[in-house]
Ligand binder design. Structure first.
Ligand SMILES: [Zn+2]
Length: 61
């Protein structure tokens, strides 16, 4: 789990917890994000910074 301080919102490349798919997600997502391949929940909104369920591969500038 990567915890980067700072008010700036970021896009993250995240690997699905259930399959090898990787996709770009917003780390302050206000809606649930599901894997485009298998449908697993990747990001859960949490009122502010979202909870990332997959593995964060890298931040996307
Ligand atoms: Zn998946």
């Amino acid at each position: 789990m990567v915890d980067l301080p700072g008010p700036k919102s970021k896009f993250l490349q995240v690997r699905c917890p259930d399959c090898p798919n990787e996709q770009i997600v917003f780390d302050h997502a206000s809606t649930k994000v599901t894997c485009l391949v298998c449908g697993a929940t990747i990001v859960r909104p949490k009122g502010g910074k979202a909870e990332i369920r997959g593995e964060v591969v890298k931040a996307v500038e």
